[in-house]
Write a protein that binds this ligand. Sequence first.
Ligand code: SF4
Ligand code: SF4
Length: 148
Amino acid sequence: MNKIKTKIINFIQDNCLALYNKLFSSKYIIKGKCKKCGNCCRNILFSTDKGYIKDEKLFLDLQKKFRYYRNFKISGKIKDKQDFQNGALTFECKYINKNNRCRIYFFRPDFCKKYPKISSDLIYSGVKMLDNCGYYYEIDKKFEQYLK
Ligand code: SF4
Ligand code: SF4
């Protein structure tokens, strides 16, 4: 009986928090302008339930299992010990051409259409724009302001 009671209380608390966050949490604002450098199509990160892909073998396995991953090739690795993404592999999409244009622009995936709009959870957990990107995120209410 106690277990059921705890479950019900947790359920109510979780939903109240989710509703509160939806109504009152601050939103991020995207500012700036695209420079059409193509870097966002050449520095893509993928994450699985175990975190960012850091291992070439894991990526090759994913390519075997899921056709979608065959659209990408490894373009580098994040090397910054201060960065929580340190060690993550970066990927280049095969549809970006030499002039930094998308070859499937009208049929590009939704994620590409929405970019640079990403989940606010990612932004609050420290994800930033790529270096030299023309866009930047601004949070309308800083964390310190909540503490006052
Ligand atoms: S990295 Fe930024 S500036 Fe460059 S193409 Fe992507 S969105 Fe535009
Ligand atoms: S599909 Fe087009 S917009 Fe999306 S990552 Fe590839 S080149 Fe970039």
